[in-house]
Ligand binder design. Structure first.
Ligand SMILES: [Zn+2]
Length: 246
């Protein structure tokens, strides 16, 4: 009953009034908390059910990008869901819930790990996720470097070349393996600066996401859109604090 009342209190004309949106980022799932980046499948289920029951709308990440760019409206209480790194539990644990709730999810993938690292998904699994129509796949650079370390390690010219390779090769491999066009980037470890942003723009990316913990507002830098890393403790008031008030 409460949900119905809240829905009526926000008529369609209120659509234009969303003043912020939230982008959440997950990494891995499972029955138990293996590390700080794991959200148990039970907690993820509780979070999706909370969003569903409290009038939040899960929107594609591209809609939040348009909102930040100043064109396109968002419903009130808009939340975008992303998952970084291509962990195998995205396929085994996240996919069934995404299909149950029919929600859009954007995955940021670094191709060097796919069908290679033991923790990562295979190309076949990524293709199967894409085929559901619910998962979009975007770039997380080629091998997830720490750009701070590489900048110290390499001579300026070599560093510029390295950055270009990480940005271009990731997109080229993802497009060749999965089709479509890669236009979004997740900064590895959330590391970005003006030079990296310029390189990403030059490489053809139109938006990029960070792990700066705040909500997205109109006019935000499209190449550094903030996200909240979700942890296993994010339930109740703590989860609610990550979400847009209206
Ligand atoms: Zn990552």
């Amino acid at each position: 009953m409460l949900a119905a009342f809240v829905a009526m209190a926000n008529p369609p004309s209120a659509l234009a009034q969303a003043s912020s949106a939230t982008i959440l980022v997950y990494h891995r799932f499972g029955p138990t908390v293996a590390d700080s980046m794991t959200v148990t499948t039970a907690v993820f289920t509780a979070q999706l059910s909370y969003l569903h029951d409290h009038g939040y709308t899960i929107v594609p990440l591209r809609d939040v990008v348009s909102f930040a760019a100043g064109h396109g409206e968002l419903p009130l209480r808009a939340v975008a869901i992303t998952a970084d790194d291509g962990h195998r539990t995205v396929f085994s644990d996240m996919k069934p819930l995404v299909e149950k709730y029919r929600i859009p999810v954007t995955l940021f993938i670094y191709p060097s790990a796919i069908s290679n690292a033991s923790y990562a998904m295979t190309w076949e699994q990524l293709a199967a996720l894409k085929a559901t129509g619910l998962f979009s796949i975007e770039s997380h650079t080629y091998w997830h470097p720490n750009f701070h370390i590489e900048k110290r390690r390499l001579a300026p010219e070599a560093y510029t070349k390295f950055v270009g390779m990480q940005l271009n090769k990731s997109r080229e491999v993802l497009e060749r393996r999965l089709g479509g066009h890669i236009t979004m980037l997740s900064w590895p470890f959330g590391i970005y600066d003006d030079d990296l942003i310029a390189a990403a723009r030059a490489s053809g990316y139109v938006a990029a996401v960070t792990i700066d913990r705040r909500k997205v507002r109109r006019g935000d830098n499209l190449m550094a859109l903030p996200r909240f890393i979700v942890t296993n403790g994010d339930l109740g008031k703590r989860f609610e604090s990550l979400l847009p008030a209206q």
